[in-house]
Write a protein that binds this ligand. Structure first.
Ligand SMILES: [Zn+2]
Length: 44
């Protein structure tokens, strides 16, 4: 999966979960979540 905002590849954890937040069918990486706080949905 790639981050919907910065297009960086998002890795999976050893549990198979993605290191990011799902927003609908898209994924946002933790860095972008921090950067945009709760407004990241506007960038999708
Ligand atoms: Zn990102």
């Amino acid at each position: 999966m790639k981050c919907a905002i910065c297009k960086e590849k998002i890795e999976n954890t050893f549990l198979g979960k993605i290191k990011g937040t799902h927003v609908g069918k898209k994924v946002v990486c933790p860095a972008c979540q921090k950067k945009h706080k709760n407004n990241f949905k506007e960038f999708l």
